[in-house]
Design a protein around this ligand. Structure first.
Ligand code: ATP
Ligand code: FE
Length: 335
């Protein structure tokens, strides 16, 4: 089975070709136009997707060495995401499926962040059901109980900001460019995580909250700047390490609680923030520390990519879960 997968939910235009569970090509065109605005501008994202989509798909086919006539199905991101961005991917996928006379498969982006673990990769084990997945990304923070490919239940989630936003907004306070998450990670690796103490929010059950942390960091930085105008420049590594340490502690507290409540000790992470070196190390250590079996995605399958859409497409293909061209994009969509 050869799947062409398209991902265009936010600001990356991505296409991948899979042969069964194996990724033959995985192409991402990042949109740099948003940097100067400090965040994604939906209208510009949509326009850039329109410019990128045909070349990105062409490159994916070329790199895979696959002819379009060989394709068995076209999978695309139905949602959640920015409507104008989603529509570019869905229109392309619908036309391509129709022109080639192959099935069309609509994929949930958050399901894809989780099922990315089922891509064949040397040195990466696949989880067995049931397992817990913590999806940590730019728009979501969820703990999901995964019982099979298509039956999963959100057992905890953020009540306000997503963890990716916590990284990006903290970075913005420090004057770092968007998206700041990867930069916080970079500086954090050189700093002392216990240099500054931030308090963790009190949220009941398995839910999260990150908006208070952002405010706490803002006030802390403002207070320091009042007496030392160079506070940020002189302490960037320590500030970033302390912020990251706090965020990881918040995530790990809830993950430990979820393991305790469900009795499931297989734990996977997914989504853009699972690229973070601190969370990756912490989760690896949890194997020895708590006796969990943990699954950390290959770096290129953490932030948005089409390979993860393709693996969901492949499993839907096997089950005959197809869509007709009346399927609509959805900015918000449940798991
Ligand atoms: P969603 O998947 O919820 O719809 P999204 O697709 O916009 O949101 P992703 O691409 O999955 O989000 O993740 C992007 C987020 O990941 C951004 O907030 C970015 O800052 C964050 N991120 C990426 N790399 C790192 C890193 N190394 N450390 C911390 N955060 C990171
Ligand atoms: Fe995403």
């Amino acid at each position: 089975v050869y799947i062409l997968a398209i991902e265009s939910s936010c600001d990356d235009t991505a296409a991948a070709i899979l042969h069964n569970s194996q990724v033959l090509s995985n192409v991402v065109a990042r949109q740099s136009v948003h940097e100067q605005y400090g965040g994604v501008v939906p209208e510009l994202a949509s326009r850039a997707h329109q410019q990128n989509i045909v070349p990105v798909v062409d490159v994916a086919l070329q790199k895979a060495g696959v002819e379009k006539q060989q394709l068995s199905a076209v999978a695309f991101t139905q949602g959640p995401g920015l409507m104008g961005s989603l529509l570019v991917g869905s229109s392309f996928a619908k036309s391509a499926a129709m022109a080639l006379g192959v099935p069309l498969i609509a994929v949930n982006h958050m399901q894809a962040h989780i099922l990315a673990h089922f891509i064949d990769e040397d040195g990466f084990d696949k989880p067995t059901f049931p397992f817990l997945a913590m999806t940590i990304s730019g728009g979501h923070t969820q703990i999901v109980r995964v019982d099979s490919y298509f039956s999963m239940e959100v057992i905890g989630e953020t009540t306000d900001d997503a963890v990716g936003e916590a990284f990006d907004k903290s970075a913005k306070i420090l004057g770092l460019p968007y998206p700041g998450g990867p930069l916080v990670d970079k500086y954090a690796q050189l700093g002392n995580p216990k240099a500054y103490a931030f308090t963790k929010p009190q949220v009941p059950g398995l839910n999260f909250s990150f908006s208070g942390l952002k405010t706490q960091i803002l006030y802390f930085v403002q207070r320091q700047l009042a007496t030392d105008p160079d506070f940020i420049q002189n302490n960037m590594n320590d500030i970033c390490a302390s912020i990251q340490y706090t965020i990881i502690n918040i995530l790990m507290d809830k993950l430990k609680m979820a393991v305790k409540e469900t009795g499931i000790t297989q734990v996977a992470i997914g989504g853009g923030v699972s690229a973070n070196s601190g969370i990756r190390n912490t989760l690896k250590e949890a194997e020895k520390k708590y006796g969990w079996k943990t699954y950390i995605p290959k770096f290129e399958y953490t932030t948005d990519n089409a390979a993860m859409i393709g693996i969901v497409g492949y499993h839907k293909f096997l089950e005959g879960q197809f869509n007709d061209s009346s399927v609509t994009s959805k900015a918000r969509i449940e798991l």
